[in-house]
Design a protein around this ligand. Structure first.
Ligand SMILES: NC(=O)c1ccc[n+]([C@@H]2O[C@H](COP(=O)([O-])OP(=O)(O)OC[C@H]3O[C@@H](n4cnc5c(N)ncnc54)[C@H](O)[C@@H]3O)[C@@H](O)[C@H]2O)c1
Length: 378
């Protein structure tokens, strides 16, 4: 009998942005079998997505509650074991809560929820069950991010003395200057997106990446948010000063109005002996700077990389891998955890990271509302 994990989707239909990434990543290492779910809030799209995937229509449901009821009655050898929650932000909490309560492992898109309180509740439910919970900070799955993390943890660049994490996009430009459009996109609707647009959508990736590669928490932040128009309730442009646990200073900046920019996530960490810099749009290059040697460019698949970096590289050096591979690596880490196999810290982002992300979002909004004051994270 196959040991593949039986997987269900909620969201991620043909009408979605991110569904295709999860569909490809989930099957990349032959660890999951996609069984069914609720792919879309639109009935026709739901059915059509399942048809395109060749799924059994009896495992396609109208809503997640019907899915839980029906799957709970399926024989355990066939029952969906893990679900991916790929819906707009406000649905993550009620869905994840109910799936956890009914014994499903959860792979949830970021942000984990729309409030810190919800995120903490999810964590306490998860902790009370023997279940795996991942939050898909996709970019953490890249081999050279894993290599950067390892090199910093081994002290190769010395003591961290300055950090900068930026995520610049420009897509909202086409929407924000048009009153009708800015009032109709879900990412600018607080009921759907939560208390933030830019922070929740991409600032949280920049924050997560910073804590991951530094192996250290952000201690406090001072945020300056920009909504651009008075009738736009949510931030679309964010500048944040940070103090790390070791006292070092730096910035997290994210924006959706950097005209012409696409997915420019960049993380740079400056140490006392050297510096490392990585950018998402050129993910196969890790730049290693020092004062006494020429610039070194490290690439995936070479034996000089760490075990966890090499584990995330499928082909010999020189075969560029991308975002699908990064998410595939995360899915494989989750599969190992679900099956109780050995997996290294950093193979997938955990619920603790999701909770940290929500604390970051809430404190940044509060800092801005209170006149750009310093606030400590929990
Ligand atoms: N990890 C990343 O890099 C990344 C990138 C993009 C989006 N995201 C996150 O993924 C989530 C989805 O974003 P998107 O851009 O794909 O959104 P989208 O609006 O393009 O797609 C949302 C999907 O959810 C479905 N849906 C809505 N309500 C539903 C319900 N009640 N039941 C079942 N399906 C439902 C929609 O039909 C659609 O298929 C968001 O939380 C977003 O922050 C993450």
């Amino acid at each position: 009998m196959s040991n593949k994990i039986k997987l269900g989707f909620v969201g991620g239909g043909n009408d979605s942005l991110i569904g295709v990434l999860h569909k490809v990543a989930a099957v990349m290492f032959d660890r999951y079998h996609l069984v069914g779910g609720v792919f879309s809030s639109n009935k026709e799209v739901n059915v059509k997505t399942a048809d395109d995937l060749g799924l059994d229509q009896s495992r396609i449901y109208n809503d997640f509650e019907e899915m839980i009821d029906a799957e709970s009655k399926v024989d355990s050898s066939e029952k969906i074991e893990a679900v991916c929650i790929l819906t707009p932000n406000f649905l993550h909490f009620p869905m994840a809560k109910k799936f956890l309560e009914n014994g499903f492992h959860v792979i949830c898109e970021k942000p984990l929820s729309i409030s810190l309180k919800q995120a903490q509740e999810l964590k306490s439910i998860k902790d009370s069950k023997n279940l795996v919970f991942a939050v898909t900070h996709t970019y953490t799955g890249y081999p050279m991010v894993r290599q950067m993390t390892k090199m910093i943890s081994e002290g190769i660049i010395g003591d961290i003395q300055r950090v900068d994490s930026t995520y610049f996009q420009g897509w909202i430009n086409d929407i924000i200057h048009d009153k009708d459009k800015r009032n109709s996109t879900w990412r600018l609707n607080p009921e759907v997106s939560g208390i933030s647009s830019c922070l929740a959508d991409i600032g949280t990736h920049a924050f997560n990446m910073l804590e991951l590669v530094c192996g250290m928490k952000v201690k406090k932040i001072l945020a300056d948010l920009n909504n651009l128009y008075e009738d736009n309730p949510l931030d679309i442009d964010v500048s944040i000063l940070v103090r790390m646990e070791n006292g070092c200073k730096g910035t997290i900046r994210s924006t959706q109005i950097a005209t012409g920019l696409e997915n420019n996530l960049n993380i740079s960490v400056y140490g006392s002996k050297g510096s490392l810099s990585w950018e998402q749009e050129n993910p196969n290059y890790l730049y290693y700077y020092s004062n006494d040697k020429p610039l070194q460019v490290l690439k995936p698949g070479h034996p000089y990389n760490s075990k966890i970096s090499l584990d995330g590289t499928k082909l010999p050096a020189g075969h560029p891998e991308g975002i699908f591979d990064a998410m595939g690596n995360i899915y494989r880490g989750v599969a190992r955890a679900i099956r109780g196999e050995k997996n290294e810290k950093g193979e997938f982002p955990t619920i603790e990271e999701g909770v940290r992300g929500m604390d970051f979002i809430e404190k940044a909004v509060k800092s801005n509302e209170n006149g750009n004051i310093w606030l400590e994270l929990e």
